[in-house]
Design a protein. Structure first.
Length: 231
């Protein structure tokens, strides 16, 4: 695998780990993926769910798991890789774990489907593992290549559910605590009422509050949140 390909890989977030995957909604799904991580019995793991379910977090957590045990892993975002063409995947099966995020973006494109089919076969023959994320189950995808649909349907399928509001609050408060911030139920509830409930947006709000709290040496109160966010 070339240095250029490694540079194309997703830079793993340090907080995208098993221990930081909070909320009861997908706890069982996380346990399934963690148990399958590195397992010879699961050469392919297919993680399905909507945009706001934590698929990317779990994919990166698996990569961290591999690296901590001295094995190689690489994570690619198909959203970023798509414009480079399927040749960008050439040789990546050399990694012990190949993690591919948002694979549904290239389903229906013949060249990409062919490349994914052969990549999985080569990785499996080497005894390596492939993990992918999709926005829906393989049976609901519009494949052009029947053999690829068959391969994906053979994988361990893990379905994620959309977070409930109490899960989102739990995740926000846990992330705040990791940063040394105290996010009370009252302030968390205020943020939930004023912000988009998408988890990515909520975490972006927390980023802004963290930065401004550090600069101003202020606690997270509703007046402070209002002033920072312009609410």
């Amino acid at each position: 695998m070339s240095g250029a390909q490694l540079a194309l890989g997703v830079l793993l977030r340090d907080d995208a780990r098993w221990a930081n995957f909070h909320g009861e909604r997908n706890a069982t799904a996380m346990s399934l993926i963690r148990g399958a991580c590195g397992s010879d019995g699961h050469p392919l793991v297919v993680i399905c769910g909507d945009e706001d379910t934590g698929k990317s977090h779990l994919l990166q957590a698996a990569c961290h798991d591999y690296e901590q045990s001295g094995r190689s892993a690489v994570c690619f975002s198909l959203a970023e890789l798509e414009e480079l063409g399927p040749q960008a995947l050439s040789g990546v099966e050399a990694m012990d774990l190949v993690a591919l995020d948002d694979v549904h973006l290239v389903i229906g494109q013949p060249d990409w489907e062919e490349a994914l089919f052969h990549l999985y076969n080569r990785a499996r023959d080497l005894g390596h593992q492939v993990m992918i994320t999709l926005d829906n189950t393989p049976s609901a995808q519009s494949f052009g290549l029947a053999d690829l649909r068959s391969r994906f349907q053979e994988g361990l399928l893990v379905q994620l559910g959309t977070y409930r509001d109490d899960d989102r609050v739990t995740i926000l408060q846990a992330r705040a605590e990791q940063r040394g911030l105290v996010l009370s139920d009252e302030v968390a509830g205020f943020i939930m009422r004023r912000s988009s409930r998408r988890l990515g947006t909520l975490l972006s709000v927390l980023d802004q509050l963290d930065e401004n709290s550090l600069r101003a040496q202020r606690r997270l109160t509703i007046p402070f949140v209002k002033s920072v966010m312009g609410w």
